[in-house]
Ligand binder design. Sequence first.
Ligand code: ATP
Ligand code: MG
Length: 338
Amino acid sequence: EPPVLEVRDLHVDYGLGDEAVHALTGVDITLRRGEILGLAGESGSGKSTLAYGVTRLLPPPGVITGGEVRYHARDGSVTEILDLTDHELRTFRWQEISLVFQGAMNSLNPVLSIHSQLTDVLAAHRPGMSRAARTERAVELLKLVGIPADRLSGHPHQLSGGMRQRVMIAMALALDPEIVILDEPTTALDVVMQRQILTRLAELRERLGFSVVFITHDLSLLVEFSDRIAIMYGGRIVEQAPARDLYREAHHPYSHGLLHSFPALHGPRRELTGIPGSPPDLRAMPSGCAFHPRCPRAFEPCSRETPRLLPPSGADDRPQEPGRHRNGTDPSRSVACL
Ligand code: ATP
Ligand code: MG
């Protein structure tokens, strides 16, 4: 089955000329139908830019300077998102791909009831729907995300942060999209709440069959809830792998650093170490591998050669278990490291 979304060699700059911030430099990423793909990386690595880029919601001065973003519908048709007109995009978003922004729970309109905010989305995109049908759908959506129907008439300030976040997710699901992108949906919520929202989302994914791109700093949540994880550094994907495989063994030194800067899920709590040094200057990227100035494993070629995202070296050499790919790893596992 074809993937639902394919991003190829995507480039995004903020600004022009010498002052341009190269926020994405040749991003390749594939989202499979029905999967939860976790996207991790330090602040400034380009996670939100990728979310805005594929939905064509980049704020100025952001510009897509190259690449392809292909969407595969269930009926087999393929849409090049970068070629859509603004008019086409308005129906495409929400309907095919919806995005819950970073900090979105604070973007609900404080003066409108939850009912109006949910039915407004429906009214805008389903003009044929009756008022009664819209209200019915709004109730159904709230139920999906675990909010009692009597909250419908309430206003955002009457809801907890977790509930507001779930209202945002309900809105994102209003038109049955194939892809839901959540950018840091759990910031400022406590761990229990984060886990509840993710559990709910994973259940909904099972029932409704959509795919999720989930962006967060909390790698332990990603390991727990996503099928695959992609790691970003300096506007590139440096490693992608099934979540379990990545947790077991990170091939990229940066992924390794990220993984070990959070306490273990099981077993004794480790020290939080973090990664020494700071993220690269996106106006003047280091030569070769952008991570080499901070990399504990850097050797001479790392400052000259830019590594490509390839299956990890040695993956094919290890003994093959019967019925499994490459010693238990997913064949799609890839890493950008020399
Ligand atoms: P965080 O984890 O903090 O949300 P992120 O991985 O989402 O970070 P982005 O917001 O995508 O990172 O930013 C990527 C880079 O692009 C950063 O260096 C950021 O400073 C830069 N950037 C983002 N928005 C703009 C803008 N409007 N103008 C100029 N540079 C920008
Ligand atoms: Mg962000």
